[in-house]
Design a protein around this ligand. Structure first.
Ligand SMILES: [Zn+2]
Length: 611
């Protein structure tokens, strides 16, 4: 007989950052049993060993305390002598504020199930009940269904859904809207320059636009948990909820707010792409170890692609907003030497040890599956549209995967992705997958965009002139390269210019080190990274030898470097002259804007939202 499991999560004294947990289990069969706590939480591909925060574990059986053996970092064994009910008690320290972690303080409780809920044996497919014991004036926001008739009680049909439904409990602000008569709640913890009526309206547009692609909303209700704080913490997707961490003053101006909208559009799209459309390794999950897939470029990169596209399709972005976001991504991709070293498939597979554990060399040996996956999605979408005369697109690929797998709650073998693309376009994509997904050849963005009447204009960004008020908002470019040291720097401790990374294709690659503190150029002190850039630009030529004085591990060094040309770092996407009908039709189908309407609005400012 299967047990029933009832968790009580108690935090009546939240200032001590400790969740007091009890798990009441009925009729656990006689014999040996195990308790485990996940070592990671889906969506964040990093081993986090949540059990490091667990303490005071005890089990009470019908005859008294039950002996427990701690048999592994996240594993405990115990034995029952009879079919007996159990009362399991433990505590969890929670003081890590982030979307994929758990936090408890005087202002709120936020928790992800992977950090709190122990699993007995492999009873994943039984229903779970969760009761909250909380401060009386705190309210609860979660994707879980309330257990009607029982205040502060929620129910999950199985362990996976329990783990997949974070809770925000506190004094959060609530706004809501309905789409298809389904309630959508936006629960906002913290304050800044938020504009909740505007956010509610924009989220509704995002929901309606993405719903269009798949035809319906596959849930009864949806919860957006929003954390406003002094640092951005990204987002985490769930079946019918998401948590998004946003810097508290990101709601103005428009260039900042765009990033907020991109985040929400990304996380919401995940409810289909990755939560329902996913390779078989990504659900049901093994919570005790890493799970490996080569397809994160499709799960994350394509979700990024659809985030921007959603904002365009919903009218939140103008064509200029969309193309400038695309140009920025292309610029980030092209400046990474790592794109010639790591393929997208490898980037996905190695996410546990590379993307989630970056260091000063990452730029040289790795490529992000978010970034390159997004651009590959752009190329793939445009190529499917081109080959099928705008009859089909990447939408069609996702719709078919959703109908065949997502709707049925099953994952697919990895080869299905290419097969589906080929089926939709009725032609081979072998070469495309070999070069751009399993290989490291530069992705064919120029060619893809040309098919839509667009051209990529590669330029060099001028160092910012902080005293140039007249041009404060213009990002100046040049078609002539600037002298370059091949390094990125940051200000540390308020006054030190410290090298953060050295580019393998730069002149400083084998002369300078990450961590070096630059103090002077040709004997004269430099105070800020911008000053270094300006002095190189104004006073030097490519080919000049300069001397850098620096501290390396506290040891003063003088190093001579021959300046090299800076690679392209300002990418603009513009219309080609005289596009033919085919190019214009592809553009219009893709961005859902008539070519002439875009061209006529072209001179107008792109710095205000198209609402
Ligand atoms: Zn994502």
């Amino acid at each position: 007989m299967q047990p029933t499991c009832h968790f009580t999560v108690s935090f009546v004294d939240p200032g001590n950052h400790v969740y007091d947990m009890t798990l009441d289990v009925t009729s656990l069969a006689k014999g040996q049993h195990e308790l485990t706590l996940p070592v990671w939480t889906p969506g964040t591909y990093k081993i986090k060993d949540f059990s490091r925060h667990l303490f005071d574990l005890s089990i009470e059986g019908s005859r008294g305390p039950v002996e427990i053996t701690h048999a592994g970092k996240n594993l405990w064994l115990f034995e029952t002598l009879d079919d007996e009910p159990l009362h399991i008690h433990y505590r969890i320290y929670a003081f890590e504020f982030g979307v994929s972690t758990s936090h408890l303080d005087q202002t709120h409780a936020y928790f992800n199930g992977a950090q709190l809920f122990l699993l007995i044996d492999d009873y994943k497919d039984i229903p779970y009940i969760v009761t909250l014991q909380k401060p009386a004036d705190w309210i609860t926001s979660t994707g879980l269904d309330p257990d009607h008739g029982h205040p502060n009680q929620y129910k999950a049909p199985n362990y996976d859904i329990l783990i997949d439904s974070p809770f925000e409990v506190g004094k959060q602000s609530i706004v809501s809207f309905a789409v298809d008569e389904k309630p959508h709640q936006v629960a906002v913890y913290g304050h800044g320059n938020e504009d909740l009526p505007r956010l509610r309206g924009d989220l509704e547009k995002i929901v309606r636009t993405q719903r269009q692609i798949f035809g319906s909303l596959p849930y009864d209700h949806y919860t957006f948990i929003v954390h406003l704080s002094d640092k951005s913490t990204g987002g985490l997707e769930h079946l019918n909820s998401t948590t998004c961490g946003v810097e508290r003053f990101m709601f103005r101006p428009w260039k900042n707010y765009k990033r907020v909208l991109e985040l929400f559009a990304h996380e919401f799209f995940h409810l289909w792409n990755v939560k329902r459309i996913h390779p078989d390794m990504l659900g049901p999950f093994d919570y005790n170890r890493e799970v490996y897939t080569h397809l994160l470029w499709a799960m994350e990169g394509f979700t990024n692609y659809y985030a921007s596209l959603t904002l365009k399709r919903s009218g939140l972005y103008s064509v200029s907003d969309y193309l400038s976001a695309l140009g920025k991504k292309l610029q980030d991709y092209e400046r990474r030497p790592g794109r010639f070293v790591q393929s997208l498939a490898e980037s996905s597979f190695d996410t546990w040890i590379k993307l989630y554990q970056p260091d000063e060399d990452s730029i040289n040996r790795t490529i992000s599956y978010y970034l390159k996956g997004d651009l590959v999605g752009t190329c793939l979408d445009l190529e499917i549209r081109r080959r099928t005369g705008n009859q089909f697109s990447l939408d069609t690929v996702l719709q078919r995967l959703y109908d065949r797998y997502g709707q049925k709650g099953i994952g697919f073998p990895e080869s299905v992705y290419q097969d589906t693309v080929e089926e939709v376009s009725n032609s081979s994509f072998q070469d495309f997958f070999e070069k751009y997904i399993y290989g490291t050849e530069p992705i064919p963005v120029d060619e893809a965009l040309l098919a839509a009447g667009l051209r990529i204009d590669r330029q060099y960004a001028k160092p910012k002139e902080d005293d140039d008020f007249e041009n404060a908002n213009s990002s100046q470019t040049s078609s002539i390269p600037y002298p370059w040291l091949g390094i990125d720097t940051k200000m540390a401790d308020g006054h030190k210019i410290v090298i953060t990374q050295c580019y393998v294709n730069g002149p400083g690659a084998s002369l300078l080190n990450a961590g070096d503190q630059i103090i002077a150029l040709n004997g004269y002190q430099v105070q800020k990274p911008e000053d270094l850039a300006k002095r190189l630009e104004y006073d030097h030529q490519i080919g000049d030898t300069v001397t850098l004085d620096l501290f390396r591990q506290g040891h003063l060094q003088s190093i001579s470097i021959v300046l090299a040309p800076k690679p392209f770092d300002k990418v603009k996407i513009v219309a080609v002259d005289n596009p033919d009908t085919e190019q214009r039709t592809l553009f219009e189908n893709w961005l859902m804007t008539p070519w002439n309407a875009w061209q006529n609005s072209h001179e107008q400012s792109s710095s205000s939202p198209a609402e």
